[in-house]
Write a protein that binds this ligand. Structure first.
Ligand code: 26W
Length: 817
């Protein structure tokens, strides 16, 4: 076990440094500086520690001579860095003390940091947890992403409806943790044409771009927990080089040249806010290529600077593709190897396919990326040729395996035939990678069985499972200091780096004194959340009530509207069943809807309207409250998760690849109400059936019911409680004077066919809630279950996920500094 390391910390010098930045960097004085300026100056003073470690790690021969993983992702939802970095550096207490002497409460200062929301949801947050775990375990890593000027939109509600505003996360002063690295900027081309040149009697193809932009890297330090290791998260910003390409202008390619004027500055302006829904926009493909090309070039630059030969690329570098968003990196590497570095096709292909690995995060058909052949042809003409060649060679393999089977060729082809020919990015990834993985056991089995069965036959060792995980540093130690202290008191302080040690806590699950302490911490966390809600939303909450939480992107498949139906059923019963006895509840939601996802926005509106009425209805006393917290983001999750009693994980079976919020809440002692979907299946395996509430159809049940012909009206007409609950949406109960305003959800559930089977699962969901509610009345029994959840989910540390990648896919060694 490595010794706990701590930075050398000279308090006086640190305080002087903070003051120096106040004047030298932020042009203010101690007397005039705002709290925000103090936070910024403190951030700068802290970043000085990590910058040095970052630069030293980068040039450390032990690292450049070892194999590294390059994590390519269009999204990194890192959340605030200051608090977390302080924990990793082991300086939290020192800095608390140093800032207190200057007259500041550290917690208040940390609140001044805006979240860098450079991701949409699960996939982006996973990338951030993975960076943390790679650094903590010292597996050489570079994260590659985009430096969006605007992150995910800020959400507010206007009379219940979602409003979006731009998120200028860096503020006017810039972000104290980022470091611009102009010396390693890259140039990236677009458009143009392919030329044929003769070289040593051989025909060579060369891409001549019609427009070129600059990729400027910004590094964020990823600080290894209690180590001196700091890896870069390198985010590329697009800058225009010239207003347009002189070459294409002089060639008379006037319109091509104009593209640059419109697009160059725009490429990294804003994160696309779609989650699990692909729209095929040109600018999005430009982002993807810009990201892939800059990252691949930087990887090759590092590889060559270390003195390694290109043929040895797979020995020193592996490239993990976070979903298909960076797929274009595959033809880009091939283009460089073949066109620029002079490799023959076969050799280049052998290098490339030993370098790339691909993670699939979703099975939803509308989220599987396809790009129009004509768009790629126009934007990246040489890459389209390379894709044809890859497909040609691949289809020969298919024909060899299944001679005469034209249907197989059609199904597996990288090019989808039809009026508009499309490039299937997932197929390109599977063909071009040495490993493909799903993100939870169930999901990976569906990837094998339903998504890529033929690929599994063709390449029987290629498909893997790596179950997701979350970093215990941010999601327990940092966000839940009360519980962390309690755990440390019982089992020592090594658990944040060895989460499996939490199982030792199960020995205390029956210990009445420990149960009391554990529940007291939960109560404090609930009070902290209740205070936030009072201050920001002016809703009064009872911390004795069950805090029932659903926090995630708004999507039909995640079924926030099933939760809403349950709320309506409780409201109906409170009003109509005189002796309906339920444990008081507060149902929390937090979720952003993609701005163009109409029904998702209707669901938010409906929940807000229902909340307004219920929260002010004196007839039900304080038995039920509904709180939709605006602007869900990492820093809000850090307040909600430690306060959760119940974790809602209620997706239609087979639709949620894994989920990671489910892991965070279980770790913080919430009991899951969930379907047999994603990682819920494995959470149940770990915590045991008696410590989780599983309901609803499983994957087989879903398939059966669809095969039989699902009709939501059958349920609506036969279940009185369901009908009464749904009918509340029809009149003006929640929208006085405006009847029918909540019809959209009602209609989608009946005339719309209820595509995600809410009605089929309703009765079983209600029953699970009743059981859970009964259990809550027995506080000691509840405490035992909550403690066992914390104790038994050590498997879901992202440290374990990363070790799985390292051992089964990447094959790297840690490098200790
Ligand atoms: C192109 C549009 C688009 C954008 C984002 C398509 C797909 C995505 C992501 C893959 C969606 C996503 O975040 N998926 C989530 O990934 C998490 C991490 O593996 C899983 O825990 C979630 O179950 C999965 O929904």
């Amino acid at each position: 076990m490595k010794p706990a390391q701590q930075k050398k910390f000279d308090k006086k010098q640190f305080q002087a440094n903070v003051k120096k930045h106040l004047t030298a960097t932020y042009a203010t004085t101690e007397e005039n500086a705002s709290t925000r300026q103090w936070y910024l100056a403190m951030g700068q003073a802290l970043a000085e520690f990590t910058t040095l470690d970052l630069l030293q790690t980068e040039t450390d021969k032990k690292i450049t001579d070892a194999k590294s993983v390059n994590y390519l992702s269009l999204e990194f939802l890192i959340g605030r860095l200051t608090g977390n970095n302080l924990i990793s550096m082991g300086l939290y207490e020192n800095v608390t003390d140093a800032m207190a002497e200057l007259g500041f409460n550290l917690t208040d200062l940390l609140e001044e940091e805006r979240d860098p929301s450079l991701g949409n949801g699960g996939l982006g947050r996973l990338a951030a947890c993975f960076m943390d775990s790679c650094a903590a375990q010292e597996f050489p890593t570079v994260g590659y992403g985009l430096h969006y000027e605007y992150g995910l939109f800020k959400q507010s509600f206007k009379e219940g409806a979602q409003q979006e505003a731009p998120d200028a996360w860096r503020g006017i002063e810039g972000y104290p943790w980022e470091l611009v690295r102009p010396e390693i900027a890259q140039e990236i081309g677009f458009y143009g044409h392919v030329e044929v040149v003769m070289e040593n009697g051989e025909e060579k193809r060369r891409w001549v771009p019609g427009m070129t932009v600059k990729a400027m890297p910004w590094d964020l330090p990823i600080v290894g927990y209690e180590s001196n290791t700091v890896y870069p998260l390198r985010l590329w910003e697009c800058q225009a080089i010239a207003p347009f390409s002189l070459e294409s202008f002089n060639n008379g390619d006037y319109f091509e040249a104009q593209h640059s004027l419109i697009d160059a500055g725009n490429i990294t302006k804003v994160l696309y806010p779609n989650d699990n829904h692909e729209k095929g926009k040109t600018l999005r493909l430009m982002q993807q290529y810009f990201h892939s090309a800059a990252s691949i070039r930087d990887i090759l630059r590092r590889h060559e600077a270390a003195g390694h030969a290109l043929v040895d690329l797979p020995k020193y570098e592996t490239v993990q593709l976070n979903d298909t968003h960076p797929t274009i990196a595959i033809p880009e590497l091939m283009r460089i190897l073949v066109d620029e570095k002079g490799f023959g096709w076969d050799k280049a292909w052998s290098i490339s396919t030993k370098t790339f690995a691909y993670t699939n995060h979703t099975l939803l058909p509308e989220a599987l990326e396809t790009w129009s052949e004509s768009l790629i042809q126009r934007l990246l003409p040489r890459h389209m040729e390379i894709i044809y060649r890859i497909n040609h060679e691949f289809l020969m393999e298919v024909r060899a395996k299944w001679p005469g089977d034209v249907e197989k060729q059609r199904k597996l082809s990288i090019i989808q035939e039809g009026f508009h020919r499309m490039v299937r990015m997932a197929n390109l990834c599977v063909v071009g990678s040495y490993a493909v993985n799903g993100v939870a056991a169930l999901h990976s089995s569906l990837v094998k069985k339903d998504l890529f069965p033929e690929f599994d036959e063709l390449y029987p060792t290629r498909l893997h499972n790596v179950t997701n995980g979350v970093t215990p540093r941010r999601w327990l130690k940092f966000c839940n200091p009360g519980l962390s202290a309690l755990i440390t008191e019982k089992i020592g302080d090594q658990w944040p780096a060895h989460l499996e040690q939490l199982s030792d806590i199960s020995g205390f699950a029956d210990d009445k004194a420990f149960q009391k302490q554990y529940m007291a911490v939960k109560k404090e966390n609930k009070q902290r959340l209740a205070t936030w809600v009072k201050e920001n939303m002016d809703i009064e909450l009872d911390t004795n009530a069950i805090f029932d939480v659903q926090i995630k992107r708004l999507h039909e498949y995640k079924r926030q509207h099933l939760n809403m139906l349950h709320i309506l059923s409780l409201y109906h019963r409170l009003l109509n069943e005189p002796d309906f006895d339920m444990a008081p509840r507060v149902v929390f939601f937090a979720a952003k809807a993609a701005p163009g996802y109409h029904l998702a926005k209707e669901i938010i509106y409906a929940i807000n309207k229902i909340a307004e009425k219920i929260n002010n209805d004196a007839r039900i006393g304080n038995k039920l409250k509904v709180v939709f917290m605006p602007d869900y983001r990492v820093s809000l999750a850090e307040i909600i998760i430690p306060a959760s009693d119940v974790s809602e994980q209620i997706s239609t079976a087979g639709k949620e690849a894994s989920g990671t919020g489910n892991m965070k809440m279980a770790l913080n002692g919430a009991l899951t109400i969930g379907t047999m979907d994603g990682a819920n299946v494995e959470i149940r395996e770990e915590v045991g059936d008696e410590n989780i509430y599983i309901f609803g159809l499983d994957v087989d049940g879903v398939n059966d019911i669809r095969a039989r012909g699902y009709n939501p009206f059958d349920y609506y007409n036969s279940d009185h409680l369901l009908k009464a609950s749904m009918d509340l949406l029809l009149g003006e109960e929640f929208t006085p004077g405006e009847p029918g305003k909540l019809r959209a959800t009602f209609d989608s559930l009946l005339d719309g066919g209820d595509p995600y089977l809410c009605l089929a699962d309703f009765a079983s969901y209600v029953k699970a809630h009743e059981e859970m509610g009964e259990q809550y009345k027995d506080q000691s029994g509840w405490a035992k279950k909550a403690i066992l959840n914390t104790a038994l989910v050590g498997k879901f540390s992202s440290d374990r996920s990363i070790r799985d990648y390292v051992n089964n896919i990447w094959k790297l060694e840690p490098v200790h500094r």
